[in-house]
Ligand binder design. Sequence first.
Ligand code: PEP
Ligand code: MG
Length: 602
Amino acid sequence: MKINEKNTTINPLANLTLNQDITHNGLGVSAGIAIGPAHVVERGLIDVPEYTITESALELEVARFDKAVQKSIRQIQKLQSKASVLEGAAAEELLYLLDAHLQMLRGSRLVRGVVHRIRNTKNNAEASVQAEFSQIAEAFSAMGDNYLAGKIEDVREVSARLLRNLTSAEYQAFSGLPLGTIIIAEEITPADTALMDPNRIGGFTSTLGGAEGHTAIMARSLGLPAVLGAPGVMRTVKAGDIVIIDGVRGQVIVKPSKDTINRFKRRRQALIRRQRQLRRLQRVPAITKDGTAVRLQCNMELPSELELSLDAGAEGIGLLRSEFLYMNRHKPPSEDEQYVAIREILEGMNGCPVTVRTLDIGSDKLAYSLGNHISPSVNPALGLRAIRLSLKVRPLLETQIAAMLRACNHGEMRILLPMITSVSEIYHVRQTIAKVVRRLRRRRIKLPDELPKIGIMIETPGAAIASESLAQVCDFFSIGTNDLTMYTLAVDRGDEQVANLYNPLHPAVLRLIQMTVDAAKKYQIPVNLCGEMAGNPKYSALLIGLGLRNLSMAAPSLPRVKQRIINLNVSEAYTHSQNILKQSDTTDISNIIDEYNSLKKN
Ligand code: PEP
Ligand code: MG
């Protein structure tokens, strides 16, 4: 959900004298240490922008509010038509509720009151909605009537919808903050993270969020220290308080003492020195001690990571998540816009291959621009996600494929399809590609003789088990261990409450990886692994032992993985992986891995 920014003035040195060292524990999802002033982000009705409207702009402000009302009405009507095909008491209740919301938007006290406030107090529409809601809620609860008390929730929901529609244009929320600011929020979405400029923002922490959700992945890709799933921080921190984010140990320290700050500064320096040392590996080829070449590529979330990927010495982009094109905007991007963005990345990679994945929106990756196509789902991870959405809303896929095919004239490109579970999905995409090729040729757009290879993500247990059939109808595999772990273990990758159960080392996940690699070998297609596992050097020997020779990861992880690879022997790694595959307990597997890695370090 979009978050509303709190209007706060930040004084970086405020509260330094309190020296309280309040420590909160969470999940360290992106290594690194950041020290800086807090910017507290709150959602909902409490903190909305508040400013005065000049006399001459008052009617424009009323019109802006009216537009938000009309938009809210359209949204509710859409929800009504969806609810009307449902059956049973729940549907009836939902329709009744939506009807009540619609009545409220068509001239209730709330709407009239807001217009009155804008004209009389000259406050902006958002502040007027909030003030009117507070007054109605107060009046209803003062009446001591249960029915009216229940109505407060309806007024709150309608007010929240109006606020969302009024504020949704204000996406550039984190620009203009002081250098090194630490963002603190209840929830930070991947789209919010996309707005954080790593040159300005120091790091972030939130109450919600798991280690393998997309917010965490983006933090790692951008090299932003982050701790997620840290309860309590919001209650102890005020805007401007100094906060330390320790993304290595998963700690957030609020109002640190001078001694603590100095200690963390020393640790931060040591981390930076180590990163500099690893940079020397940039041009060293990733070849094991016994002469096996491993292709190390980067995953890319945002075009701004291009430099980071080149600096890390990536041999290509193994996974370009195209979702960035759809985030923080009202309409999906045009074919031209997508073409330009992909072309720039291809050209920027100087001839190295780029694997562009079609849209993987849904589950925890929601783009506002597709709001109309994705209805709220009881279980979004199992709903209309990724290729399912692309195949249902064909123009989305056709536009994206057209942009990709046009861009493939400018570099070596491969197309990757997310969340494939059956061969028929691949056939349907191939048919769409053929149709788009015909259309582009009619437009006299020159395409290369050889069209891009079409690969699929193996990220569900079904796909891994059916990998032999799938291998026969696609050109390459890319194993997505983030989702594969989630779907195999039935553990939401973004939910901090079950983060302790999320483990890619579970024997079931490892067997599915092995099965996929074997199927790829049997049908002689390349197989890559682009889940977060690839970027953890602890797992390098295991993955090489399982037969993987292509790994794709966040740029900051690549040098450490390369260092591990150039120090290992494939034959030893094979024995290590076979030993692991014999285990039935995840803890035993972890211990074997730790032991192996500590021996290799000495
Ligand atoms: C994965 O699931 O492992 C993967 C790489 O895809 P994403 O994280 O974008 O879902
Ligand atoms: Mg995935």
